[in-house]
Design a protein around this ligand. Structure first.
Ligand SMILES: [Zn+2]
Length: 264
């Protein structure tokens, strides 16, 4: 029996749209061995429900931020600046994001996406919070922007979807790398190769629920309790015992979230 696993990235609001029993299912996941999970924001519009969830389920942590899609909204910059400054100082918030660059969907212009990402990086620096980073078709620009903050901010590149060279650049910036259920798909050799380049001390695991369910649940809505399949797959790839992997990832997760002064 494995226990005390963490899910470093899931979306409650999106889960709830697909499953009216999302709260009960989360409670059962905690009874079944989940010990902590970071619930990820993509805008400021659902903070009330998200804070209630955190209050009701110990072990839920919250991030606050705007994903790249936000640049398509009217007055996006003013809202992002104001809300980020406010929520970053709220004791219920443990991370900023998800934020980053997405040139697959090409929201707004590249300059707009960069400006929104930069607001998060600056707030992370100012308020000593980790950043949850999203990158799609944007490796080069993303690493060059993060280079300006090397050694000054901490965080994770979530749902890693690139190759070994890109992983090495992210590690060189001092960030964690998180793998999701898509590493279990049979066309994911590039992700398995990248995984081998990631030291255990820099590794996180996530569901990105309700998206990207691991094999054999691919194609059905994802849930934090399906994360054990991804842990199992990664432990086999890394040739270590699943509980050792779980314990290491939990340590990494809390190292990243640590808000104590002086912790990078
Ligand atoms: Zn996400």
């Amino acid at each position: 029996m494995i226990s005390d696993y963490v899910d470093s990235h899931f979306h409650f609001i999106e889960m709830q749209k697909r499953n009216p029993n999302a709260v009960n299912d989360l409670q059962s996941a905690f009874q079944a061995g989940l010990s902590a999970a970071l619930e990820i924001g993509t805008d400021h519009l659902h903070m009330k429900e998200r804070c209630i969830l955190k209050k009701n389920i110990p072990g839920i942590y919250l991030s606050f931020g705007f994903s790249p899609h936000w640049v398509t909204q009217p007055d996006w910059e003013t809202t992002a600046r104001t809300e980020l400054a406010g929520w970053a100082q709220d004791e219920r918030i443990h991370a900023l994001g998800e934020t980053g660059l997405d040139f697959y969907w090409n929201y707004g212009t590249s300059e707009e996406q960069q400006k929104l990402f930069l607001l998060h990086l600056q707030a992370a620096l100012e308020f000593n919070l980790p950043v949850i980073i999203h990158s799609r078709n944007a490796d080069k620009l993303l690493t060059s922007m993060l280079g300006e903050f090397r050694g000054k901010i901490r965080g994770v590149l979530h749902c890693f979807g690139s190759d070994k060279q890109a992983a090495e650049k992210i590690l060189d910036l001092g960030l964690f790398i998180s793998f999701a259920g898509n590493i279990t798909y049979n066309n994911a050799q590039n992700l398995c190769d990248a995984l081998q380049a990631v030291p255990l001390a820099r590794l996180l695991v996530e569901t990105d629920a309700p998206f990207l369910s691991p094999v054999p649940f691919r194609g059905t809505p994802n849930h934090p309790n399906l994360i054990t399949n991804t842990y199992d797959f990664i432990a086999k790839q890394k040739k270590i015992a699943i509980q050792d992997l779980i314990d290491q990832v939990r340590d990494n997760f809390f190292t990243m979230l640590d808000k104590s002064p002086g912790v990078l």
